[in-house]
Design a protein. Structure first.
Length: 98
């Protein structure tokens, strides 16, 4: 997952494991396959481009029938000195594109 400095304080307040909602952003001007990750009502970042591109269609289809969720856990090592907190998303429910 990709998260910028703007999200780091919110991510720090989250537990080490939590559920997140996935939201496609088809009008995102920076990346047409953007998938936002939302936890506790706030955006915490985006699925990294290499993962978003391959799962965009399956997550978009899931959004049409409700708000898809996934389990998330924080990486063991906090690299906040470099401005990063790594989060691992379980996207196994969303098939890869062919």
């Amino acid at each position: 997952m990709v998260a910028g400095v703007a999200y780091i304080e919110h991510v720090r307040r989250l537990p080490s494991a939590f559920s997140a909602t996935l939201q496609v952003e088809p009008d995102n001007r920076y990346f047409r396959h953007a998938i936002a990750v939302v936890a506790a009502g706030e955006k915490v970042g985006y699925i990294a481009p290499e993962g978003a591109r391959s799962r965009y269609e399956s997550i978009k289809a899931a959004c049409a029938t409700g708000a898809p969720t996934c389990r998330v856990r924080r990486a063991g090592a906090d690299r906040t000195a470099q401005g990063a907190i790594e989060l691992y998303l379980d996207l196994s429910a969303f098939p890869l594109a062919d």
